[in-house]
Structures are given as C-alpha cells and as structure tokens.
Design a protein around this ligand. Structure first.
Ligand code: KIV
Length: 272
C-alpha cells in the first residue's frame, strides 16, 4: 500500500476504534524527524509515534529517562510536518506528568500547541490516572501504555517480560479497564505474555497495540530503527527485521570515503 495524497482521508482516533470493530489490524511505527515521518506516512502506516525511544536511538542514552519535553517537542514538530495521513502520537517524556495532574496538563497542552500533533501517550495505570483524566478533560486524546514501561526501568531493574505473575497480570487488566473507562482511545501493551494481551484486547472496546505482546491484539508497533536494521546489536525475540540498513549504509559510506580518497568523486559530470 502507498498513499495517494489527492484523495487523502486522515486517520483519526475514531477510525482506529472502527478498525478494531471490523477486525482490521492497526499498523504503527515510530519516527523522529521530517524525512522518516513522510516516508512511513507515504508507505501507508496508520499511526506514527514520536516515541521517547528517541532518547535511545536518536540521542544515544541508555534509557528513555533523560529526554526532555523541549527535545520531544522539537522532534514532534519535524515529524508532523512530514505526515499528511497518519495519526501522530507524541510520548509525554519522563518527568513531564508524573508529579501531578497540573504538570501533566501543562506538558500536554505544550505538546499539542507547539507540535500540532493529534494526541499524546502516557505510561502507567492507576498511579497516573488523575493526570490522564485531567489531560483528557482538556480534549486531548490519550493513548495509554502498560506492561513494560521503559520510564520505570529503574524500578524493574531489567527489560524482561512483564506481568508473568498473577498479581501483576491482574493489576494490568484492572489498569487497562481503568484507562478505557477514563476515555483513552487506545493502549500500547509492551512485552507481556501473548495470552494476557489477547485477553485484554477481547475485554476492551478500544484498540490494543502490541509490541512483544503477540498476535492476538488489534495492532502492532515497532521502533523504526529496529525494524529497518539500523541497530543490529538489539535483537529481542519479538523483533522482525524488514531490512538491514546498517549494512547498506556502511557499504555506501565506505564507498564514498574510498572515492573521495582516490579522487574519483566528484567526476567531470558531477561539477559545474
Ligand atoms: O517510545 C517508544 O518507542 C514506545 C514504543 C516502544 C511503543 O513507547
């Protein structure tokens, strides 16, 4: 599928719910700049996530914690300029909403006003429900995020599969219902057992988008650098690589370096 922009119909939060209702799977990828945003959009992606995974893949941090609200806004503005059809979701970064609901609404309004994105994403259930409700009450669509929540990595100590024990699985199900009742338009479930994710997707009417959560959910999301093979040293079981761009880029750059060193580039045809 590729998009013809003449007869464009934008993806909305309502359309995602309709897609779930008719059993059409939802595709979602991250993007962090104008070029990637426009490439994934023209290829027909439904949802573009300006994820705080930018902290890892764009900034080289070990975790998502250091990225700031200003940095997320800078990236999201660029992505939005490239996207004409997909729904754009922007991650609220660590520290921009956990303090209290006033801080949450201030951060969310900044994102919506300054980036022109369609919606925001927040990690957590019961612990942040007041903040989520406050953001929703301002008319800002919120995508939830449960299971492995990278902003809480220092509490877990590991990126292992979450909710394998009954107690955590039960809390996740309660949290998912809480998010739906509050008015979230979708939920990301990250790295949890496939059976549990399927149960949540069947109990809720809003779309459940999985990453490492199996095929029984309503859609899938991946980090674009991972699925394009731009960071080949990251190989979790859930990841399918659709290209090996790291190798392609490495070869191209080595050829360029060689051509420059040899005086082969630029040729007569490549100058004025
Ligand atoms: O930041 C991100 O890329 C995410 C996805 C892993 C869902 O939150």
């Amino acid at each position: 599928m590729s998009v013809h922009y003449e007869n464009i119909r934008r993806v909305t939060t309502q359309r995602l719910v309709e897609m779930k209702r008719r059993g059409e799977k939802i595709s979602m990828l991250t993007a962090y700049d104008y070029t990637m945003g426009s490439i994934v959009d023209r290829a027909g992606i439904d949802v573009v996530l300006v994820g705080d995974s930018a902290s890892n893949v764009m900034c080289g941090n070990q975790t998502t914690l250091p990225i700031t609200l200003d940095q997320m806004i800078f990236l999201a503005k660029s992505v939005v300029r490239g996207v004409k059809r997909a729904l754009v979701v922007v991650d609220m970064p660590f520290g921009s909403y956990q303090g209290n609901s006033r801080e949450a609404i201030t951060s969310a309004i900044r994102i919506m006003k300054e980036t022109h994105a369609d919606s925001i994403k927040m990690e957590g259930g019961e612990e942040v429900i007041e903040s989520i409700k406050r953001v929703l009450s301002a008319g800002i669509p919120v995508m939830g995020h449960l299971g492995l929540m990278p902003q809480s990595i220092n509490r877990y100590g590991t990126y292992a599969v979450r909710a394998q024990e009954e107690e955590e699985a039960e809390k996740l199900i309660r949290d998912a219902h809480l998010l739906e009742e509050a008015g979230c338009f979708a939920i990301v479930l990250e790295k949890i057992p496939a059976k549990l994710a399927e149960q949540v997707a069947s109990e809720l009417t809003i779309p459940i988008i999985g990453i490492g959560a199996g095929g029984g959910v309503d859609g899938q999301v991946l980090v674009i650098h991972d699925m394009l093979g731009l960071n080949n040293d990251f190989s979790p079981r859930f990841l399918r690589r659709y290209a090996n761009l790291e190798d392609i880029m490495d070869k191209a750059i080595k050829n360029y370096v060689k051509d420059v060193k040899d005086g082969d580039f630029p040729s007569d045809k490549e100058q004025y």
